[in-house]
Design a protein around this ligand. Structure first.
Ligand code: PLP
Length: 394
C-alpha cells in the first residue's frame, strides 16, 4: 500500500501568505475605497532589462536553425555561463573556478535539494527567525533540527555558541526576513566553527547584489578557510529580476569533501538523476545579465529597490522603532511598540495606513513583535507608504 512520506506530518501548517492575502481581501471588501499598498511581497516588480530580453529572443531565434538547435544541456550548466559566473567572483576578489559552479533553476530548490545527498542523521542548524524553506525542507527529509536564536540582542546575527552541535548550517546573508548582514569577522567565526566540527555551511547569498558596504562580504569564499567547509547558493532572481525566468547556481569548491567523497561529484550525480538542466534560452539571458551592459542595467534596478529601502528605513527611524536591514538588503525588519504582537501590528498598519506587511512571527517565534517590510514595490508607493507610516499614532 502506498504511503506518504511520514515526515510530512511534522511540517507545521504555515498559512502566512494566505492569511495575509485573506486579511487584505477582507479589508478591501469592507473598505472598497481603500488604496492598499503591498509591502509584504518578496517578489521583484521592475521589468526585465532590454539586454536580457534581447538575449532571450536571439537565443530562441538561433534554434530555428537545425545546426544551432539545442536539446538537453549539461546538467551542471553551459560553460559559457559558468565561465561568466566565475569571472563575476573576481569582482569580490574571490577565485571560483567554472568547474565549481552548478547552474540550477533556483536557489530555493538548491537549498532544499542539497539535503538529498546529506545523511538525515546529520543535525541541521537554522536560525529563528528563518527563511522557511530551510526548515520545511529539513523536516521533509527527516533531518534533526537545532535552532540558534536571532534576536534584538545579537542584532539578528547569531554566532556559534559554546556547546553548539551542528552538522549542516544554513546561513543567509543578507538575511531574509531580517535584512541583517554578517561582516567578515562574524562569518569567520562560523567558518572556524565548521572547520573544527567538520560541519558544512550552506551559505545563501541570494541577496548579495544589495551589498554596497565594502566591509561586508558578498560571498562566503571571501572568508579564509571556507573552501573546506562551505558551499554557496546564489541566484539571478533578485539581482536581475529572474524570479519568473528561473536561474541560479551553487558553488561547491573542488576540495570540499563529506567523509571521503567529493561533494561536487556527489551533487552532480544527484542532479543527473533528478534534473535535466536549465534551458539554453535562460542561460543566455543570465549570461546577458552578467555582461557589462547587463550589469549596469540590473544594478539600476537594485539601486531603485535600495532607494525604496532607504525611504522605509528612514520612516521607521523617525518613528523611533528598533530596526535592522534596509541598507544592504531589500528588507526592513522592525519592532513595533512594546508588547504589540506581530499580527496586531499587521492589523494596525492595515487599518491605519492601508499597508500590507508581513508579520515577523510567521518566520519563527523570535519574530514575534516584528514586521518585515519589502522594498520591491514602486518608488511612488514606497514614498506614499512612508508618509502614511509617519502620520499614524502608535
Ligand atoms: N533564498 C532566499 C533567502 C530567498 O529569500 C529566496 C526568495 O525569496 C530564495 C532563496 C529563492 O531564490 P530563487 O528564486 O533563486 O529560487
Amino acid at each position: 500500500m502506498v504511503k506518504l512520506n511520514a515526515n510530512l506530518k511534522n511540517l507545521k501548517k504555515n498559512y502566512l501568505f494566505v492569511d495575509i492575502q485573506n486579511k487584505a481581501k477582507d479589508y478591501i471588501s469592507k473598505n472598497p475605497a481603500a488604496q492598499l499598498i503591498s509591502m509584504g511581497i518578496g517578489d521583484v516588480t521592475l521589468p526585465l532589462s532590454p539586454v536580457i530580453t534581447k538575449a532571450m529572443q536571439d537565443a530562441s531565434r538561433e534554434m530555428n536553425d537545425a545546426k544551432n538547435f539545442r536539446g538537453y544541456g549539461p546538467y551542471e550548466g553551459y560553460n559559457f555561463l559558468r565561465e561568466a559566473i566565475s569571472k563575476k567572483y573576481l569582482d569580490y576578489g574571490v577565485e571560483v573556478k567554472a568547474e565549481e559552479i552548478y547552474v540550477s533553476d533556483g536557489a530555493k530548490s538548491d537549498a532544499a535539494n542539497i539535503l538529498d545527498v546529506l545523511s538525515s542523521e546529520s543535525t541541521v542548524l537554522i536560525t529563528d527567525p528563518v527563511y522557511p524553506v530551510y526548515l520545511d525542507a529539513s523536516v521533509m527529509s527527516g533531518h534533526k533540527i537545532h535552532y540558534v536564536s536571532a534576536t534584538e540582542d545579537n542584532e539578528f546575527l547569531p554566532l556559534p555558541e559554546e556547546n553548539l552541535k551542528a552538522d549542516i548550517i544554513y546561513i543567509c546573508s543578507p538575511n531574509n526576513p531580517t535584512g541583517a548582514v554578517y561582516n567578515r569577522a562574524q562569518l569567520k567565526r562560523w567558518v572556524d566553527f565548521a572547520n573544527i566540527n567538520e560541519s558544512l555551511i550552506i551559505f545563501d547569498a541570494a541577496y548579495e547584489a544589495f551589498i554596497e558596504s565594502s566591509d561586508l562580504p558578498h560571498s562566503i569564499f571571501e572568508i579564509e578557510g571556507s573552501r573546506k567547509c562551505a558551499i554557496e547558493l546564489c541566484s539571478f532572481s533578485k539581482s536581475a529580476g529572474f524570479t519568473g525566468i528561473r536561474c541560479a547556481y551553487m558553488v561547491i569548491p573542488k576540495e570540499l569533501k563529506v567523509g571521503s567523497e567529493n561533494l561536487g561529484e556527489v551533487w552532480l550525480r544527484r542532479q543527473s538523476i533528478k534534473f535535466n538542466g536549465v534551458s539554453y534560452i535562460t542561460q543566455k539571458a543570465a549570461l546577458a545579465a552578467l555582461s557589462p551592459e547587463g550589469k549596469e542595467e540590473t544594478l539600476k534596478c537594485v539601486r531603485y529597490y535600495k532607494r525604496n529601502a532607504r525611504i522605509l528605513s528612514e520612516a521607521i527611524k523617525e518613528l523611533g522603532f528598533w530596526y535592522t536591514g534596509g541598507e544592504n538588503s531589500p528588507y526592513i525588519w522592525f519592532k513595533g511598540p512594546q508588547g504589540m504582537k506581530s499580527w496586531e501590528l499587521f492589523d494596525y498598519l492595515l487599518e491605519k495606513a492601508n499597508i500590507v506587511s508581513t508579520p515577523g512571527s510567521g518566520f519563527g517565534s523570535n519574530g514575534e513583535g516584528f514586521i518585515r517590510l519589502s522594498s520591491f514595490g514602486s518608488y511612488e508607493n514606497t514614498l506614499c507608504a512612508a508618509q502614511r507610516l509617519k502620520s499614524i499614532k502608535f
